[in-house]
Design a protein around this ligand. Structure first.
Ligand SMILES: Cc1cc2nc3c(=O)[nH]c(=O)nc-3n(C[C@H](O)[C@H](O)[C@H](O)COP(=O)(O)OP(=O)(O)OC[C@H]3O[C@@H](n4cnc5c(N)ncnc54)[C@H](O)[C@@H]3O)c2cc1C
Length: 428
């Protein structure tokens, strides 16, 4: 994708540009899925749209998501779908209403409109048939350009001040530029994978603007464990398959991957909100969920010793599960078949901390819900709308993140098109 930098030498926009198309001039800042979608809706609604991004090209995290096959959305019914979203202070009924405006079927139809066929995998997740993000992004950006969206890359947003409506300020090639517009959609992303541009740098700027932001923290992330010597050598890179993991009253079935740092994988990612709320985060793993403890004991038969070695074959334990029982379980668990079975059914692992936010798939925290109205407009900055992961919602992996970004991008742009109320004077 060739970057365009059309705002060079454009200190503020000539007034005639304001009258282009519908007369509404909308700036979208952030070229992830939420911002690209907002630009698409805004231009389709007749606005004059410029999309700014700090990086040399847009959609970098979208491309990273493509490495895992690009799980675009999920096929579960909309009611259940809406329950996947959380975050402190989320207004009641927000997600069902939002998804009614742009749901998984709409997202699949949108992809089809770009010539990208999608399919539902065995887990109910929806992927592009090719499992790739690059062709989709390329066609999307080409289409946006064709529709008249201007791309201003390498423009880092650094502030805004009142003008006729708003004047945005950017850092651009070591200097500064400004851009006047009627409405702004900010889609600046969360704080994970900062090399993609989503570095959370906007949080400090929001604070100077008086907008409340909950600290960005790692979500959908691994957790560190203080593994005893020997365990990492035996189990690193091996999965705990078909386990059931519990924490804070919630239980998830799935898989965990053993790393030298701790544990990764869907089952622990989905427990993030519960684990973050615990003062001493810990999980309980049921290594053999389809058997009761009594059945496990029965499988060891009349053995009087050597339970541990025998459990590997008789319980069909994988490398990582057996290594857990061998190297991590307390010595009492090796005393009897019943004690070993009890450990296998309720294997406690104390977690030290989440892995760094830079490694996380997504972040929680962001613009607080009490700062936003139902149109996704910042209450303190009329005409400034927010979309995507920068809002304080979170969701598990499974396509819910992408769907949330598309749906909020849609809502923010539709709201921006309706026009901003007067600012009632200067900055708050
Ligand atoms: C490894 C990985 C795999 C993932 N896989 C999936 C998946 O399969 N399915 C799924 O649903 N989700 C997935 N996600 C999550 C998904 O990619 C994100 O939730 C989504 O990209 C967030 O979109 P966004 O538009 O809100 O922000 P982003 O995509 O983060 O985009 C934000 C943009 O804002 C720009 N920006 C930031 N600050 C400024 C500034 N001051 N000035 C100008 N521009 C700025 C950035 O350069 C960036 O381009 C994955 C994430 C990762 C890291």
């Amino acid at each position: 994708m060739r970057p365009q930098a059309r705002t060079r030498g454009e200190p503020s926009c000539p007034r005639r540009r304001l009258l282009f198309r519908s007369g509404i001039k909308i700036a979208v800042i952030g070229g992830g899925p939420a911002g690209l979608r907002a630009a698409e809706v805004a231009v389709a609604g007749g606005a004059d749209v410029t999309l700014f991004d700090a990086k040399r090209s847009v959609g970098r995290k979208f491309l990273v998501a493509g490495r895992g096959g690009l799980n675009l959305t999920h096929s579960e019914p909309r009611d259940a779908f809406a329950t996947r979203y959380g975050g402190p202070g989320t207004p009641d009924g927000f997600w069902p209403a939002l998804l009614a405006g742009f749901d998984a079927d709409a997202l699949r139809a949108w992809a089809a409109g770009l010539g990208i066929e999608t399919f539902v995998g065995t887990s109910g997740r929806v992927f592009p048939r090719e499992f790739k993000a690059a062709p989709l992004l390329r066609r999307w950006v080409e289409r946006l350009r064709g529709q008249g969206v201007r791309f201003a890359v390498r423009h880092r947003w650094i502030g805004l001040r009142p003008g006729a409506q708003w004047i945005l300020e950017f850092e651009y090639e070591g200097g500064k530029s400004s851009f006047e517009c009627d409405a702004v959609v900010l889609a600046l992303g969360g704080g994970s994978w900062p090399e993609t541009g989503s570095d959370g740098g906007w949080v400090a700027l929001f604070r100077t603007l008086g907008v409340g932001v909950a600290p960005l923290v790692a979500a959908n992330c691994g957790w560190e464990v203080d593994w005893p010597a020997g365990f990492v050598a035996a189990a690193e890179g091996h999965a705990l398959k078909n386990v059931v993991v519990s924490a804070g009253g919630k239980t998830m079935a799935g898989e965990l991957m053993v790393t030298r740092h701790g544990l990764e994988g869907g089952a622990i990612y989905q427990l993030g909100p519960e684990l973050r709320a615990m003062t001493a985060p810990a999980i309980s793993i049921d290594l053999k969920p389809t058997f009761t403890a009594a059945q496990l004991v029965a499988r060891l038969g009349p053995l009087r010793g050597n339970f541990l070695a025998e459990s590997r074959g008789r319980w069909r334990l994988g490398v990582a599960a057996h290594a857990l029982l061998s190297h991590v379980a307390p010595s009492e668990a090796h005393a009897s078949a019943a004690a070993l079975a009890a450990a296998a059914k309720d294997f406690r692992v104390r977690l030290v901390r989440p892995r760094p936010i830079a490694e996380a798939i997504s972040s929680a925290g962001g613009v607080r819900w009490d700062e936003i109205d139902a149109a996704l407009m910042l209450r303190r900055l009329p005409g400034v709308f927010v979309a995507g992961e920068m809002i304080a919602w979170e969701a598990p992996t499974g396509g819910y993140l992408m769907q949330g970004c598309f749906a909020t991008g849609t809502r923010a742009a539709e709201s921006a098109l309706r026009g901003a109320p007067p600012r009632n004077g200067g900055m708050p």
